[in-house]
Write a protein that binds this ligand. Structure first.
Ligand SMILES: Cc1cc2nc3c(=O)[nH]c(=O)nc-3n(C[C@H](O)[C@H](O)[C@H](O)COP(=O)(O)OP(=O)(O)OC[C@H]3O[C@@H](n4cnc5c(N)ncnc54)[C@H](O)[C@@H]3O)c2cc1C
Length: 401
């Protein structure tokens, strides 16, 4: 079954886009995501001939990427409404693949933000197949990168792992980003967040778009992990990488606001994607409750089961309501980071709780790979760490109150 849409006032156009994306999620993302999840070696996920590449191709063909929507003459609210519907359907299909497809376009957003014609010309070509990423986390600095407290990067704390130093008209980048960078080993280009040094002095953070075909850039092995296994992740290394100064266009004075803006966008997107995962888990549970017979009747006819499903529905609809409201609010340009964090934390927690309860409803079958629940639970669990651990995000959100 598909949960009804209770949003009031969706237009014909919005419904048509939602249905198109739902078809893509049901026919492509979900089955391919399940098959990629089972590959024992994450290198096979990104091997030549992997089904992953067909997912990218078919997604591009749909013309629903961030860029396509930015080029359209949609007003900001309409764009935010459509984006929320698209993300929910993609999260319903496969959360890990939804993240991979979304972050693949991230560098284009930053190239436009730079206002630099060279960057726009180079990275925002129509029909480009370049894959992007958001390279922020470092081996010694996970949550630190979001917290932005300079003392976390000075002795006695660990120094930054990735630094940029000015050299004439260029920056020289050295160090590495952690194995958690989504699309890390398949990315052609990345939005790099790193630390700016002057001699031994840490000046703060800087951000820009860095192509990965520059001499000195190399990649690690694809990461082997518990959930979202279709999402490629891996390290990026920089060995005296020379990049024009205009590419690292955000300096220390704007670093904190940019982290907040990016977190607002990324956490808002995460909220809508993982609300989709929560919905998928509930729909599976309802379907199963109609098939599985115990006590002589389908388990869904036992009142206690009906109450359990109803509690799950309440949580899923609460998550859908919150993430959409935040998307619309942030989409109008009035975005506030703590609302995006609320959306991400609540939706990922809901996805985990609902997937866990749904697995319980499947009984022993829920634990097996023959049924979808164990994968959904692993995927949702990972989302509680992705884009910032939920606890750390709560402290960031709380600091704004
Ligand atoms: C699926 C997935 C996708 C990801 N995608 C990307 C990506 O695209 N790009 C990228 O750069 N990174 C990515 N990450 C990395 C992610 O953002 C980090 O894992 C996250 O920020 C946490 O960092 P950490 O793993 O180093 O944990 P740590 O920061 O070491 O945290 C460990 C524990 O300590 C707690 N903690 C940390 N600091 C504090 C504090 N100040 N106060 C109280 N408690 C604290 C945390 O809540 C956590 O429980 C991804 C991660 C996952 C799981």
């Amino acid at each position: 079954m598909m949960l009804p849409e209770i949003e009031v006032g969706l237009t014909e156009e919005e419904l048509a886009i939602r249905d198109t994306v739902h078809k893509f999620a049901a026919e492509v993302m979900r089955p391919v995501g399940e098959r990629l999840d089972r590959l024992p070696d994450p290198a096979d996920v990104i091997a030549e001939g992997s089904e992953l590449w067909a997912v990218f191709e078919q997604y591009r063909a749909l013309g629903i990427g961030l860029d396509a929507m930015d080029d359209s003459d949609l007003d900001p609210l309409r764009r935010a409404r459509i984006r929320a519907l698209i993300n929910e359907e993609m999260g319903w299909g496969d959360g890990g693949l939804a993240i991979s497809l979304s972050v693949a376009e991230f560098h284009r957003v930053f190239a436009r933000l730079s206002g630099n014609p060279e960057l726009i010309e180079r990275f925002c070509k129509t029909n480009s197949t370049e894959i992007g990423c958001w390279a922020i986390t470092e081996p010694s600095h996970g949550s630190d990168m979001l917290k932005n407290d300079p003392k976390d990067f000075q002795p006695p704390a660990r120094k930054p792992d990735c630094i940029a130093e000015r050299d004439g008209d260029d920056f020289i980048i050295n160090g590495q980003k952690s194995a958690w960078v989504s699309n890390g080993t398949i990315a052609d280009v990345g939005v790099l967040f790193c630390s700016l040094m002057e001699g031994d002095e840490l000046k703060g953070g800087c951000v820009g778009v860095v192509p990965f075909d520059l001499p000195g850039v190399s990649k690690g092995k694809p990461l082997d992990k518990l959930g979202q296994r279709a999402l490629n992740q891996g390290e990026i290394f920089f060995d005296n990488v020379r990049v024009p100064a205009s590419y690292l266009f955000i300096g220390p004075e704007m670093y904190v606001p940019i982290v907040e803006i990016v977190l607002s966008g990324a956490n808002g997107t995460m909220g809508t994607i993982w609300a989709g995962c929560a919905r998928a888990a509930l729909e599976h549970a309802i379907d199963y409750s109609k098939e599985r017979i115990q006590g002589g009747i389908p388990i869904g006819q036992h009142p206690h089961m009906q109450a359990r499903l109803f509690k799950m529905l309440t949580k899923v609809e609460a998550a859908r309501s919150l993430v959409r409201r935040v998307s619309y609010f942030n989409g109008l340009g009035e975005g506030q980071m703590h609302y995006a964090i609320a959306s991400k934390v609540f939706a990922t927690q809901t996805a985990f709780e609902v997937a866990s309860e749904a697995l319980q409803i499947f009984g022993g079958n829920g634990l097996t790979r023959e049924y979808p629940m164990e994968k959904l639970l692993r995927d949702a669990r990972s989302a509680m760490i992705e884009d910032g651990c939920n606890e750390l995000l709560c402290t960031l959100g709380g600091s704004k109150l």
